[in-house]
Design a protein around this ligand. Structure first.
Ligand code: DP6
Length: 421
């Protein structure tokens, strides 16, 4: 590090997507290294609608590692952050920025401190797997800053040590997390099954369900399941291995009926394991159950699945429609059953790709109130509505993996001071 340029700040900004598992990860065999008891498969969600942006900076002026999440400083002392930082630092290489006159050697990285600022483009508290995008982005951006030469698979094994599901956010499209066998976790990595263009008909509608209850975190929930559930062993050993093979086949062949059947069955079994846990864990609520019933009824009336549902460790429904036409019919049904409060602006009730509202044929609340009941409900007239039970919807699609943002104006840290902008 040249003495005369001690004031420099070097930064890197990246954007990383979140993901939704269609074959769930639930249960660890190693709590510290975060090694799972079964493989899992996920769909990466379009970062335009759901992503984390992270800027990492290094400067000889920094006297400690610091991090800000959505503008608020938070502690980096937790074991998971420390594990990720240590693993990335130990793989750092020489970095040279001729324009700025910066030269950092491999050895320098041991003493240099970093600043990290992260921002989610969706509400962190909404229970939308923010830790997956967050840790994936932290590892990806630090690896770029420190010129880590490992491939994406090795980086996924580092992100995994931040949060298991984060390893799947290092790729776009359809991703498998291979559980691995090694005790040190080196073969517990994510691989891409197909990129997002492989199956670009799919449209994803997320119903963010209003909930008053404080949920059990995934981390403690799965620990309790491993300790007390008998079903979880059967699931991990007998059920998931077969489903993984079938799901890979369904994705390869763009076979929607198989994809939907497997996704729904796996979500339901994961929640059955939660019920089989002592004390039982309830992640879904009445609204979640209602959404399942409507989708099942509709799929049944069509004779073949139109929509798949899956629920993580919370009440939000992630609904995957086979194409855009079906997605518009789905949103029409969802708006019929779960209209917003009358004073809500429809534009703040349907987020993400709002252009779907045109396909649904609604422009404002009056149009929503005039929606007819879905034909498959004709035996239940008048169908009951549940105003306010959904906070909002997000319309999105499968998306790409992490990218670097070279435009410095997108950085979350000031390039002069290395502090949040
Ligand atoms: C239900 O990855 O949040 O979303 O590894 O303890 O951080 P930790 O757990 P986390 O668990 C995710 C569980 C899930 C299913 C899934 O994403 O596969």
């Amino acid at each position: 590090m040249a003495e005369e340029s001690q004031k420099w700040v070097l930064l890197v900004t990246a954007q990383t997507p979140t993901n939704i598992a269609v074959i769930k990860y639930w249960g660890k065999r190693d709590e510290n290294l975060i090694l799972p008891i079964n493989d899992s498969i996920s769909v990466t969600l379009d970062p335009e609608h759901l992503c984390t942006t992270t800027t990492v900076a290094v400067s000889p002026c920094f006297d400690q590692d610091r991090m800000w999440l959505n503008g608020k400083e938070m502690s980096l002392s937790g074991g998971r952050y420390q594990n990720c930082l240590r693993e990335i630092r130990s793989r750092a290489s020489d970095v040279e920025d001729e324009k700025k006159g910066i030269k950092i050697t491999k050895k320098d990285w041991e003493k240099l401190h970093v600043h990290i600022a992260s921002f989610n483009n969706f509400p962190t508290a909404a229970g939308l797997a923010s830790s997956a995008a967050g840790f994936a982005c932290l590892v990806f951006s630090l690896a770029k800053l420190m010129n880590v030469k490992e491939d994406q698979g090795k980086l996924s094994a580092i992100a995994r040590q931040g949060s298991g599901s984060a390893c799947r956010s290092l790729y776009g499209g359809f991703v498998k997390w291979i559980m691995g066998k090694d005790e040190n976790g080196s073969d517990s990595i994510a691989v891409q099954l197909a990129d997002e263009k492989h199956w670009d008909d799919l449209v994803i509608v997320i119903a963010v369900v209003s909930s008053r209850q404080k949920e059990t975190s995934s981390t403690s929930g799965m620990r309790e399941s491993v300790e007390t559930s008998m079903l979880i062993q059967h699931r991990a050993k007998e059920v998931v291995p077969k489903r993984i093979i079938q799901m890979e086949e369904a994705i390869k062949n763009r076979d929607f009926p198989s994809f939907a059947g497997l996704s729904c069955a796996d979500s339901n079994q994961f929640h059955a394991v939660c019920l089989d846990t002592c004390p039982p864990i309830f992640y879904m609520n009445d609204t979640s159950h209602r959404i399942i019933s409507y989708v099942e009824k509709w799929n049944h009336s069509e004779g073949t699945p139109q929509v798949a549902y899956t629920f993580d460790a919370g009440p939000n429904a992630v609904l995957i429609a086979r194409n855009r036409k079906v997605a518009a019919q789905l949103l029409q049904r969802l708006l019929f059953f779960f209209p917003p409060h009358s004073d809500t602006d429809l534009k703040s009730y349907v987020l993400g790709d709002k252009s779907i509202l045109q396909d649904v044929g609604v422009q404002d609340i009056k149009d929503v109130e005039a929606l007819p009941p879905p034909p498959e409900m004709k035996d239940k007239i008048p169908a009951q509505k549940y105003k306010g039970d959904v906070s909002y919807f997000i319309c999105t699609k499968p998306g790409r993996g992490p990218v670097l943002l070279s435009d410095e104006s997108k950085a979350l840290l000031n390039p002069e001071t290395g502090l949040p902008k």
